[in-house]
Design a protein around this ligand. Sequence first.
Ligand code: FAD
Length: 540
Amino acid sequence: MSASALCSTDRAALLDRLERESFDCVVIGGGISGAGVARAASQRGWRVALLEARDYASGTSSRSTKLIHGGLRYLAMGDVGLVRKTALERKQIFRMAPHLCERRWMVVPARSYASLLTIRAGVVAYEKLGAVAGEDLHRNWSAADLAREEPAIDASRFKHACVYREYLTDDAHLVIANLRSAAALGAAVLNHAAVEAILREGNAASGVEATCALSGRRVRVRARCVINATGPWVEAVRRLEDAGAPPLLHLSKGVHVVVRAERLPIRELVLCGARDRRSIFAIRRGDVVYLGTTDTTYAPGPTAWPEIEREDVEYLLEPAARHFRGGPLGPEDVVAAWAGLRPLIAEVGKAPAEISRRDEVLVGPAGVVTMAGGKLTGYRPMALETVHRAAEVCGLRLAPEPGEEPPLPGGDFDGDLAALEAALERETRLDARTLARLVRLHGTDVREIARLGHEPLVPGAPLLAAEVEWGVRVEGAATLEDLLYRRLRTAWMLPEARRAAVLPASLRMAKLFGWSEERRREEVVRVSERLASELAFLGR
Ligand code: FAD
């Protein structure tokens, strides 16, 4: 199997290694921030350990809108620096992983020519800042263009559209690809291992103590620097270093709902106006469309599973009736939903939607380097800044930057996804639907996955049984939830397999791990309860 495999079956050996070796840095948190740091530090010659409390990307980094973007909205907020940085960054991510940075159109419908001109002015400014060029420059659509390209948009209300380029990713796979790349460079990466204490020598942090949630084993991991990359949990980890650390974050909940594409047959991405004038994205992805997002203060504190309320769902569905043909959408049309917490850096007196998405790197009294705020899109510059700061704090040397970023696993092709798909179709003979789904998650790795077999996991669904083995042996899935939510993506993106994949996937995982029948059933019950709880709003 791949050199960049993440450990899942031989965890005991990795725990031995974590305890035995002495690392340059230990990263706490396996979301995009931690994964970016692990790769950047490994590329610069550091010996890296990364510990994730639950699963990689199980926090905010699998709950995003999945846009690799400059954020046109942030331009309206005057956040020019953030827009420039992230708009330029998407080119870099496209170069490293074109399959995880899919070029799509964002359609902004306009009722009148005057409103088209206003929208266009914002888009032009955005394109200038981000040095957008060529094929990616915006277009204006007439009523005839709209009717041809996006017939689901209500032509009686919208006569024009401005269409600009957005890039769509799979957030969880972007995290996993960065971690695999770090692992291939020698990093020791482990999920289901929560950090519970910071070790010290004198007053300085010298490592962490963590517990493996699957075996109960406690390990002490020694490192010259400690990096806190725990997103919504950064305050809790800062308090392990300094019990009196002042509050830093304003958590904001963002919900997305998923409907079948037959109910909302858009082809691309459409920007809709919510009743409070916020923008809601409707995003076509395979056979589903997801709508998001809300942006409301979340006071109860960090959790991996914020509740989805009926009012969140109704708020997201309401614009559909004003933008699309086919009648209103109701909660019963929702086939899946997710919620995540934005770890925003608090700004006194501001509501979540007004708070900047900027990032910040802070150093605590024992030298723990904390990264806070930011966007998925800006993860690379944020990781680099953190590594440089950590090098200063701990007196560590950094090897020179790699000239051009090497590709992420699966990203070693020229960026032409359609050509890759056509080549893989000839080579693997996979059916078109399965291939279309796989190539966007795995890029050139589809070759290796297809070599493991073509048997479907669920009859009729575009999903291979081989993906279970790949998810476990290469992508580090250790529980059924890890596999279905963040590897196969059936829970949110494939309604026909959402429940149907649970049993066959559990049987295959049980074989790979040697689980007892009791353990397998526990996994099935846990995932089934989780799937049901996401749609609990239907009963409220
Ligand atoms: P997380 O992904 O939450 O990772 C932190 C990790 O730390 C978690 O996995 C957690 O389990 C782990 N952890 C916590 N405590 C411990 C411990 N004690 N020991 C070990 N591990 C621990 N950005 C974009 O660029 N584009 C978008 O379209 C976009 N849309 C968004 C939509 C929504 C609704 C939200 C909420 C955010 C969106 N963002 C978007 C922002 C982006 O998702 C976040 O900035 C990013 O994912 C944060 O990543 P992170 O690694 O800092 O945090």
